[in-house]
Design a binder for this molecule. Structure first.
Ligand code: ZN
Length: 476
């Protein structure tokens, strides 16, 4: 007897999309067969997915829950919403796994930072989750050994900034020597580096220049966080990594054609490097800063230009871009708008809920991508690169039964008031070609036709190990 059968849908299997029934028991996918083939086994519940597309649960590899936001004029920082809010929004939108960050700050060791974050999340997250370790500033000589230990313990990725981002965020940048030490230890220990790459010299120079010229409004963000900065910084990190045997890179929130080109060129040379972009960067440009409440489109580094859109989309189709994340910063509109200068505007965006359906609309419906390409961008590639595949990111026997039914029979208009994250959405009014009718997390129905049926105690922390083929060549 099966727990659940998802019947009569078009399932996006690792071998491609086909009409298939999926049988679930004990939280895992245990049977896949032609429509009707599993009926003989029997199931406690059969869900009719006629006319719907069945995909593995979405994976958002880049979110920030309960994260400090710059608060102009105040020393106390506001925090973004916690995993209790973001994980539910994720499930409503068809995402079953989110990757956040464990920041190593103060005198904390890497292990203490991870433990603190795990304590904070346990029982407070309705979907599955993991953390990238995040280190900042000049690193103590003990940190590389701690990173090696963390990788062995299943925390396979480390995030570093090559820039302070803004003058008021000073302290984020990891000096290049420290980056070299971390890349070296990750290469040996079997981890992966996730890099926020901008050229700090150029960025800080432009802050000074625009401040001097009295042009500090956030509208000028793309003049500070430039395509040239992305070009220089991506290539500098890539050259460093290419000189460290076994070093693999994941480039966070690629925003410019220059970044896409740097990744593509390195991949052609055999460097194990992967590109992430954000749906924000694929669909909004620096022109959107001029719209009312223009900050809601912003995330760091910055929105760019039409030619960058073209290159980013091309990257999603030709392999330089593997994942589409959100850089989720879930907060009320009043917090998102409180900064309006190049130095104090909040980054990130509220987008975890519409991400999967938005990407379906933009890739499959508008650009003719096949269903496998779409699923790769919102789920499978992140599972592979971040060391969770095939437990996550696949409709396959033995995989976790993280299953989403995308209902393409009716269109869906994005309205913040109907969603479950912020009180605004940068995607307000978007006409989407689908919306999830059901989300299962490890076999449990977490969202059923717009009703939340999960629990904050459902989410599990995922231990991750990046496979050797991902780390030795551009494997996806
Ligand atoms: Zn981020």
């Amino acid at each position: 007897m099966l727990d659940v059968v998802i019947a009569n849908g078009k399932a996006v299997l690792p071998s491609g999309a086909e009409a298939a029934d999926i049988g679930v028991a004990g939280g895992k996918i245990v049977a896949i067969g032609a429509p009707g083939a599993l009926a003989a086994i029997g199931a406690k519940r059969t869900v009719d997915a006629t006319g719907q597309i069945v995909i593995p649960g979405g994976i958002d590899p880049h979110v920030h829950c309960r994260w400090p936001m710059p608060t102009p004029g105040q020393t106390q920082h506001n925090l973004t919403d916690g995993p209790d809010v973001v994980s539910k929004a994720a499930l409503f939108g068809g995402t079953t796994t989110i990757l956040d960050f464990a920041l190593v700050d103060g005198d904390n060791t890497v292990q203490q930072a991870i433990e603190r974050r795990q304590k904070e999340w346990a029982g407070d997250c309705a979907c599955d989750y993991a953390f990238h370790v995040m280190v900042q500033g000049k690193l103590d000589w003990a940190v590389p050994d701690q990173i090696a230990e963390a990788v062995q313990a299943g925390h396979a990725t480390v995030k570093m900034f090559t820039t302070d981002i803004t003058p008021s965020r000073k302290g984020r940048m990891v000096p290049f020597g420290s980056i070299m030490e971390v890349l070296t230890v990750l290469a040996k220990a079997g981890g992966l580096a996730a890099i926020h790459a901008e050229d700090n010299d150029l960025v800080m120079h432009m802050y000074e220049k625009l401040t001097r010229e009295g042009r500090t409004s956030f509208h000028n963000m793309a003049e500070v966080h430039t395509t040239l900065s992305e070009d220089l910084a991506f290539n500098r990190v890539i050259r460093l990594a290419a000189n460290i045997p076994g070093c693999a890179l994941y480039m966070l929130h690629t925003s410019a054609a220059t970044g896409v080109k740097a990744i593509a060129t390195a991949r052609n040379d055999g460097v194990p490097i992967y590109g992430e972009t954000l749906h924000q960067y694929l669909m909004y440009s620096a022109e959107d800063y001029k719209r009312p409440n223009g900050q809601i489109y912003h995330t760091y580094p910055s929105l760019k230009f039409a030619e960058d859109h073209a290159a980013l989309w091309d990257g999603t189709d030709h392999g330089a871009i593997q994942t589409v994340a959100t850089d989720e910063i879930c907060c009320p509109l009043k917090f998102k708008l409180q900064g309006n200068k190049i130095d104090d505007t909040t980054g990130g965006n509220a987008g975890v809920e519409p991400r999967v359906s938005l990407m379906y609309t933009e890739t499959v419906e508008k650009r003719g991508y096949d269903l496998t390409q779409f699923v790769n961008l919102v789920s499978t590639n992140a599972a592979k690169i971040m060391g969770m595949y095939p437990r996550k990111g696949a409709l396959a026997i033995g995989s976790d039964a993280d299953i989403v039914l995308l209902d393409t029979r009716k269109r869906h208009l994005v309205k913040a008031e109907e969603m479950h994250e912020a009180d605004y959405s940068p995607w307000e009014g978007r006409d989407l070609a689908c919306w999830p009718s059901m989300t299962l997390l490890r076999g449990k129905i977490a969202v059923d036709n717009g009703a939340f049926t999960g629990a904050l105690s459902d989410g599990q922390h995922l231990s991750r190990k990046v496979p050797d083929d991902i780390r030795s060549r551009p494997a996806v």
